[in-house]
Design a protein around this ligand. Structure first.
Ligand code: PRP
Length: 178
């Protein structure tokens, strides 16, 4: 089946407004004198993360690190097993950590990942997602900062792909059948 881009679900302006709000909320929640490690889960979250941290105030001690994990196998369902392809560069022990994801779907990736990161003894661990496909949840995940709750439809853009395409779009759009 062939697919094409459909309507915009979230425009670049809407996304930018919400990203700023989340950054403001995070800035209020954390002490200035302790490092705050923002952990982006590649690849999708890189787009959201870079915009998010640039909205954070200069006096907040923001550090950025990335992990690359596999959640989806060949199909479109989460395998439930997180395989690490690229790990964090720095230790998170004793630090405040926020894991940033572009989307939470079944929740399996974040559930596994947060367990794994908790084992490294951070001072605190929170989760920030841009999109929450809440209807698809298979396991409970505590999302501390959420951009938008969206319906169970294929969406792409702003980091989200369909078969590796369309991550680069500035707006988030539906994918529809041709
Ligand atoms: C997406 C997303 C999450 C995961 C969410 O990643 O970034 O990591 O799927 O799904 P879940 O809640 O059902 O586990 P994906 O594997 O598509 O990788 P990508 O970021 O490289 O596109």
């Amino acid at each position: 089946m062939a697919y094409k881009l459909g309507d915009v679900i979230l425009s670049r302006e809407t996304i930018a407004r919400r990203v700023k709000e989340i950054a403001d909320e995070i800035a209020k929640d954390y002490d200035r004198d302790k490092p705050l490690v923002i952990v982006g889960i590649l690849t999708g979250a890189a787009f959201f993360l870079t915009d998010l941290v640039r909205e954070m105030p200069e006096d907040l001690d923001v550090r950025v690190d990335f992990m690359s994990v596999a959640s989806y196998g060949d199909g479109t369902e989460s395998s439930g097993v997180v395989r690490i392809f690229h790990d964090l560069k720095s230790s998170i022990e004793g630090k405040n950590v926020i894991v940033v994801e572009d989307i939470v779907d079944s929740g399996l990736t974040l559930a596994h990942l947060t367990e794994l990161l908790k084992g490294r003894n951070p001072a605190s661990l929170k989760v920030c997602v841009l999109l929450d496909k809440y209807e698809r949840r298979k396991t409970e995940v505590k999302v501390d900062y959420c951009g938008f709750r969206i319906p169970d439809k294929f969406v792409v853009g702003y980091g989200l792909d369909y078969a590796s395409k369309w991550r680069h779009l500035k707006d988030i759009k539906y994918v529809v059948e041709e």
